[in-house]
Write a protein that binds this ligand. Structure first.
Ligand SMILES: NC(=O)c1ccc[n+]([C@@H]2O[C@H](COP(=O)([O-])OP(=O)(O)OC[C@H]3O[C@@H](n4cnc5c(N)ncnc54)[C@H](O)[C@@H]3O)[C@@H](O)[C@H]2O)c1
Length: 444
């Protein structure tokens, strides 16, 4: 059943909804591959069971309070897929992924597993072939153009706008999205290029890896993760729904927000942490070897993301410099205040207390705030093969619902500690008793 659209046009319905009005010339590839400038002259760095798109359309809308903006009338925003105008019956058109790197090949793997036909185009045909060999789709052939209904642009950040503009031009009826880590500057550049932004919907899967290229790709890379959908024209429900369906088909949870708000949010929760981790890890270059030997898991925790790709991050941070600058200046002010008060234990304590509160503010599993209601049960892991499996077997026998786990090692003894987080003090007491009864030692 096809519902009327607010603009009077026929909503996508039982028939094919996005047929290319004019097919791309059969002998022309989808636009010249725009050369990828890299700072070092090297070639651009190279690069993942899942519901079907149809299944995804029947899923309820996903609202994420931490990202959704209330609309001006104060009502909760709807997912485009919830609206009657959404292309609920839209048949599956082919998808072209431009940039078969980590993200492009991961999307290709997920979509292929969801049953969608995927074509792969990369500036380096060997990388497209490598992604295809992994099962992410098949390398693009010019004669494949007729069925392209969705183009996903997954090239390095500074190339997103020109490549997206090229694809909008090449496929005059297709919806074009990009997966770039910064949204506002891409949209602004598309406007400056005179691109048909009526068919463009920006997006950003909030998942990734420090690896790049198709060999790092995974079909489940986006499973359970937020995928921001940033339509320049939110009233174009069908285009927005197509990108939401893409996110769901990859196992992610689409969240609609403006490009500007996205850029501020990622500066706060992604770009600032990356830079702080890199700065901290950079300090290690000046630390004597014998001092590095004392580093424990804490140091590893805070420097894990410092292994990220420098070329990619150079581009991301430069594109999002306004929002990142404001976050860095706030940290600069905090640092200056801390340095000025290092001799005052209460001032230092306040810094640590504020950090603890900040960790609690992070949403955890099922939207819990971390530490909000969960209680830890810390079990000593003996240094013998199979000990961890035996502990989990006891947990299963106790029928405990474990919300999260963490492992740490005792630097002085040949043991580790398994922290089991359960839902509240009662559950913790019950699990603790079961563990002790079964002979395990608990850390107080
Ligand atoms: N890596 C992450 O963690 C992550 C997470 C979310 C979003 N993103 C975004 O995804 C995009 C791709 O990142 P990635 O990590 O997959 O990078 P990647 O280097 O692994 O892949 C990029 C691919 O694009 C290809 N390419 C370059 N120029 C091209 C062109 N003109 N035409 C066709 N192909 C071209 C490269 O050869 C490469 O294979 C970036 O815009 C990034 O902001 C990355």
């Amino acid at each position: 059943m096809t519902a009327p659209r607010p603009d009077g046009r026929t909503a996508p319905g039982a028939g094919r909804t996005e047929p290319p009005a004019a097919l791309p010339p059969a002998d022309v590839p989808p636009g010249p591959v725009i050369a990828g400038p890299t700072s070092d002259g090297a070639r651009p760095k190279s690069p993942a069971g899942v519901a079907t798109l149809d299944d995804a359309r029947t899923e309820p809308s996903t609202d994420h309070p931490q990202f959704d903006r209330p609309p001006s009338d104060g009502a909760r925003p709807q997912s485009a897929a919830d609206r009657p105008e959404a292309e609920a019956d839209r048949p599956q058109s082919d998808c072209l992924i431009v940039g078969a790197g980590l993200i492009g090949a991961s999307i290709g793997l997920a979509l292929t597993q969801a049953g969608r036909a995927v074509h792969l185009l990369d500036a380096d045909p060997e990388l497209a072939a490598a992604a295809a060999a992994l099962g992410a789709g098949r390398p693009w052939r010019p004669q494949d153009g007729a069925d392209i209904g969705l183009v996903v642009v997954a090239v390095p950040p500074i190339l997103l706008a020109p490549v997206a503009a090229e694809q909008l031009d090449r496929f005059p009826r297709a919806t074009v999205t990009d997966v770039g880590s910064v949204k506002g500057p891409v949209l602004a550049e598309l406007v400056a290029l005179g691109a048909d932004i009526g068919r463009y919907v920006g997006s950003h899967p909030m998942a990734g890896s420090h690896r790049s290229g198709p060999l790092g790709a995974r079909a489940d890379l986006f499973a359970g993760r937020v995928w921001v959908v940033a339509p320049p024209q939110p009233e174009d429900y069908a285009r927005t729904a197509a990108v939401e369906a893409l996110a769901r088909a990859c196992g992610a949870r689409p969240v609609i927000m403006s490009a500007a708000e996205h850029d501020v949010a990622v500066a706060q929760v992604s770009h600032l942490p990356q830079l702080i981790s890199s700065l901290l890890a950079g300090r290690l270059n000046a630390v004597p070897h014998q001092h590095l030997a004392l580093a424990g898991p804490g140091m590893r925790d805070v420097t894990r993301i410092a292994q990220s790709d420098p070329e990619l991050w150079g581009q991301i941070v430069s594109l999002n410099q306004a929002a990142v600058r404001s976050e860095l200046e706030a940290v600069q002010a905090d640092l200056a205040a801390l340095i000025a008060q290092l001799d005052q234990p209460t001032a230092v304590r306040r810094v640590v207390e504020r950090g603890r509160a900040g960790v609690m503010a992070l949403p955890g599993k099922h939207g819990h705030r971390l530490g909000q209601a969960w209680e830890p049960v810390v079990v000593e892991i003996p240094d013998r093969p199979g000990a961890l499996a035996d502990i989990f077997a006891t947990v299963a026998l106790a029928q405990a619902n474990v919300e999260d786990v963490a492992i740490e090692h005792d630097p002085k003894r040949e043991v580790g500690y398994l922290t089991l987080l359960v839902d509240g003090p009662t559950a913790a007491a019950r699990l603790g008793a079961a563990m002790v009864t079964a002979g395990w030692r608990l850390r107080p």
